[in-house]
Structures are given as C-alpha cells and as structure tokens.
Ligand binder design. Sequence first.
Ligand SMILES: NC(=O)c1ccc[n+]([C@@H]2O[C@H](COP(=O)([O-])OP(=O)(O)OC[C@H]3O[C@@H](n4cnc5c(N)ncnc54)[C@H](OP(=O)(O)O)[C@@H]3O)[C@@H](O)[C@H]2O)c1
Length: 264
Amino acid sequence: MTKIKDSVVWVTGASSGIGEQLAYQLAEKGAKLIISARRKEELDRVKSNCKSETVETLSLDLEDEFSLKQRAKEAGTIFGEVDILINNGGISQRDTILNTSLEVDRRLMEVNYFGSITLSKTLLPKMVERKKGHHVIVTSTVGIINTPFRSGYGASKHALHGFYDALRAEHHNDNIKVTIVLPGYIKTNISYNALVGDGSQQNKMDPGQAKGMSPEKCARLIIKAIENNKTEVYIGGAKEKLGIYLKRFWPKAAAKAVRKLRVK
Ligand SMILES: NC(=O)c1ccc[n+]([C@@H]2O[C@H](COP(=O)([O-])OP(=O)(O)OC[C@H]3O[C@@H](n4cnc5c(N)ncnc54)[C@H](OP(=O)(O)O)[C@@H]3O)[C@@H](O)[C@H]2O)c1
C-alpha cells in the first residue's frame, strides 16, 4: 500500500484536465504536493483551489532537458525528497502519418517520452538510496493498441511502457514501485491541444472526447491504483478496455477492428 498522506507527491500536467483533478484530490488526502506544467498562472489558479496549505508550484517545460534536470533537483528541496512522481503531462496528435512532419513526431517523443523519463532518471538515484519511491506514468489505451491519427503519440506512449517495465524490474529489490495508467477517452482539453501534421493545434473537441469519462473520476481511479500499488490500470469505457484485451489475445481481430474506428 502506498500512503498519500504526508508523502511528497509531484504531479506534472497539473495546469488542466486529469492533472488538475489529481492535484485537488491529492491535496485533500494530505499530500505534500508539488504541481508542474508550463503555464505558471494556471498552476497558481490550481494551487489556490486546493484545500491544503502544503501545495507548491514548479513550472517546467517537458521539452527542455537541461532545465528539467534542474527542476527535478529543486523538487527534492521543497518539502524533502520526492516519494511519488506522477508523470502525467503530455500532448496528443490528430493527423495521418503522411501529413505529419518528422518534427511533430520528434516533439511528441520529447514531451511525452523524454520529458517523463528525464524526471524519473533524475529522481531515481535518491530513491534507490532511500529505498523508497513510486513512479506513476500516465500513458494511454493507445500505448497498447494504437489507432489511426495517433502514430507519433501512440509510439511515445508505447515507448513509456518499455522504459517503465524495465525500471520496475531493475529496481524491485530497491522498493521502487511503478504504476502504469492507461486512460481511454477522458473529457479534457487533450484533443484541443493535440498537434496536427504541421505542428499547429487541432483546436477542437473530438466527439469521443466529449463523451468521455470525467477527469474527476479518472483522477479518483488513478489515486486508488497508486494506493493499491497496481502494476497497470485501465481507466475508461468498456470499448477501450476491450481493445486492450483484443490486442493482447487476438491481434488480428484488433487490427481489423481498429481500421473501422472513428477516432477524429
Ligand atoms: N484525455 C484523454 O482522453 C487521455 C487519454 C489517454 C491518455 N491521456 C493522457 O493524460 C495526460 C493528461 O492529459 P489531459 O487529458 O489532462 O490533457 P490536457 O488537459 O491537455 O492536459 C495536458 C497537461 O500537460 C501539460 N503539458 C503539455 N505540454 C507540456 C510541456 N511541454 N511541458 C510541461 N507540461 C506540458 C499541460 O500544461 P501546460 O500547457 O500549462 O504546459 C497540461 O497541464 C496526458 O499524458 C495524456 O496523453 C489523456
């Protein structure tokens, strides 16, 4: 069981959506909370809405490797060493492979993959020394079963599974825990902020997103999974969860089903 109360918890992507709701619920559970994203004014808004005195903001850009390492060192000086890192910040994609420039593919990898592992790798030595630490990583259903229009996004989420499965195995004996979270459709701004092929934002809500689970419920299920030290947790509608099992046990049927999906 991972305890939230009095633990130092660091959440990225806390300026909106799932991360914002995680911040409110973790604060209510008594975490010593650090919230991060690029937009400082949005982090200040989230902080002021948290029902807790132990919340601090730490703005960062997941694309900026050098400053990220600095931020990870700073994080350990705010309330003491970080006990739980929730790598939640990220951006999505809505375009075909043919339309998507390589720059966009690289940007998705930088933010979603390299940004997250930079924070984990910077915190890891201290966690190993202390024999204490929990890495929580928000990937996606498309981290198992990718769909059209998400080639680079899904690839970055697949990569996270590869990295964090290895981290879990290498540091089991150091008491380092890893929980991989796979949300399906959650009603946030993710599709507004998603990149199209030339690197601009889509700026519209997808129909699937609009009908998705609330970010409040998603955050509640993520926290439950952390407390119960789950290896992986699937959050979302029955269809998205079915897709994961289909891909694992009947890959041919999954490939056929995915061709017919309306995902944009
Ligand atoms: N919503 C869904 O249906 C869904 C499904 C599966 C997985 N997910 C995953 O859930 C996570 C949270 O997304 P969300 O749905 O809550 O979307 P969101 O509302 O768009 O939130 C994304 C968060 O990531 C931060 N972010 C984006 N680029 C960043 C960068 N370069 N540096 C630092 N922070 C950055 C944003 O903050 P700033 O703009 O202030 O930097 C924001 O706080 C993402 O990893 C996403 O892939 C979402």
